[in-house]
Design a protein around this ligand. Structure first.
Ligand code: SF4
Ligand code: SF4
Length: 342
C-alpha cells in the first residue's frame, strides 16, 4: 500500500447507529435519530475532487455501514482518494464492501467488538465471519475492544475465543465518563498493567498487518498506553489541524478539529484550508493530536536531532516486533520513533 495524500479528515458521516453501547460518546437519543443525508454520493465525491487535494478520509459515525448507498459512496471516493473506516461490521453492506472496494485504497478498517451490541455468541460469530471475509479480500482489519471494567474481566476469555478463530483483539483505552467515573484516570494500577501487557501482545500479533500498511494507522490504538499515565498536553504545540488535517461534520462543514474555526463546506465547494500549521488552542481526539503535532513539529535546528517520524523507523520497528522485541514509544513521535529496544 502506497498512501499518497495531502489532507486527512476525521469525517463524521452520520451520528445514527444501530447499537447502543453504554460507553458511546453519543447519547441514545442521537444514536436513534433519523438518519440524515446531506448530499448525494456523487455530490460528496465531486465535492472532494473539487478541492484539488488527495484525501485520506477517516469515515466514522455513528455507524457508517448503515449509511444509504455506503458502498457506492466508497466506490466513488476511492477513485481519487483513500479511506479508513470505523465500523461495527453489523450491516450487510460490509459484505458488498469487501467485494467491490479496492483494498489498496483503504488504509485500515477499525472494527471494534462491541459486546454491548452483540450479547449473543452467534452475533459475535457473524462479526468474526465478516472479519475473515475482509481479510480474504486483503483489507487491513484492526479488531479492537473498549476496555470497560467489565471488558477487562472477560478479556482473557474473549481473547482466547477470538484467537481460536485466528483473530486478535487490540485493547482500546476508554476515555470519558463511564458509570460515574472519568477514564482513563479511574483505571486502577492493576487494570493499567493488564491493558499495557495486552497492548504489547497485540503489537506483536499485528506486526505483519502494520508492515503491510506501511504507514501507522492514525487511530493508533497500539500506543494507547500513552493515554494511561500522564496523557500528553498538546496546547501550544504547532499542529497541522486546519492545514493538512480537518474534521468534517455530517453536513459537509469543514472545521479545525475541536475549535469553532470553520473552513468552508465540502458540499458547497468553498473550503479554504489554513496556509500553514499553527499552535494548538483547543482539544480533540488524541490520535489526531499526536499525528499532526508530530508531523508539524518545527524544523530541527543544526545540532538538534530531527524527532519527526520517518517511514523507515516504522518498518524497522515492525520487523523487530515480529522478532519478539518490545518497542517503547516516545510521546512526541507518531509511532516507533526514537525507540528503545529492551
Ligand atoms: S457502535 Fe460505536 S457509534 Fe454505535 S453505539 Fe457503539 S460506540 Fe456508539
Ligand atoms: S493538537 Fe489536537 S486539538 Fe490541538 S490543534 Fe492539533 S488536532 Fe486540534
Amino acid at each position: 500500500m502506497n498512501l499518497r495524500y495531502n489532507v486527512e479528515a476525521d469525517w463524521l458521516l452520520l451520528k445514527t447507529c444501530n447499537f447502543r453501547c453504554s460507553y458511546c460518546f453519543f447519547p441514545p437519543i442521537t444514536l436513534g435519530a433519523k438518519l440524515a443525508v446531506h448530499g448525494s454520493n456523487s455530490q460528496w465525491a465531486e465535492g472532494f475532487d473539487a478541492t484539488s487535494k488527495t484525501w485520506l478520509l477517516h469515515i466514522t459515525g455513528g455507524e457508517p455501514s448503515i449509511y444509504p448507498g455506503f458502498v457506492e459512496l466508497c466506490e466513488l471516493l476511492t477513485r481519487n482518494h483513500y479511506l479508513s473506516v470505523n465500523s461495527n461490521l453489523s450491516d450487510r453492506s460490509i459484505d458488498d464492501f469487501a467485494e467491490r472496494i479496492d483494498p489498496e485504497r483503504v488504509h485500515f478498517i477499525n472494527a471494534p467488538v462491541h459486546l454491548d451490541g452483540r450479547q449473543k455468541r452467534s452475533s459475535v460469530d457473524v462479526f468474526i465471519k465478516c472479519v475473515h471475509k475482509l481479510q480474504r479480500y486483503r483489507f487491513n482489519v484492526l479488531v479492537s475492544m473498549i476496555m470497560t471494567p467489565e471488558a477487562i474481566v472477560t478479556f482473557p476469555e474473549d481473547m482466547k475465543y477470538f484467537a481460536s478463530h485466528g483473530l486478535h483483539i487490540i485493547p482500546k483505552v476508554m476515555r470519558g465518563e463511564y458509570q460515574g467515573n472519568r477514564y482513563p484516570s479511574a483505571y486502577s494500577d492493576s487494570q493499567k498493567n493488564f491493558i499495557t501487557k495486552c497492548l504489547g501482545e497485540a503489537q506483536r500479533k499485528y506486526a505483519p498487518v502494520l508492515t503491510s500498511m506501511r504507514e501507522p494507522p492514525t487511530i493508533n490504538m497500539f500506543t494507547d498506553d500513552d493515554l494511561l499515565n500522564n496523557p500528553p498536553d498538546y496546547q501550544g504545540k504547532v499542529c497541522g489541524s486546519g492545514y493538512n488535517f480537518v474534521r468534517i461534520d455530517p453536513d459537509g462543514t469543514v472545521i479545525r478539529c475541536g475549535s469553532e474555526e470553520r473552513l468552508g463546506n465540502i458540499l458547497l465547494r468553498n473550503m479554504r484550508l489554513l496556509q500553514s500549521p499553527k499552535r494548538c488552542n483547543t482539544y480533540y481526539c488524541p490520535y489526531f493530536c499526536k499525528k499532526y503535532t508530530s508531523l508539524s513539529a518545527e524544523t530541527p535546528s543544526e545540532g538538534h536531532p530531527d524527532t519527526r517520524a520517518k517511514p523507515e523507523d516504522m518498518f524497522l520497528a515492525a520487523k523487530l516486533i515480529m522478532k519478539g522485541y518490545k518497542i517503547v514509544y516516545q510521546s512526541h513521535a507518531v509511532i516507533y520513533h526514537s525507540h528503545t529496544i529492551l
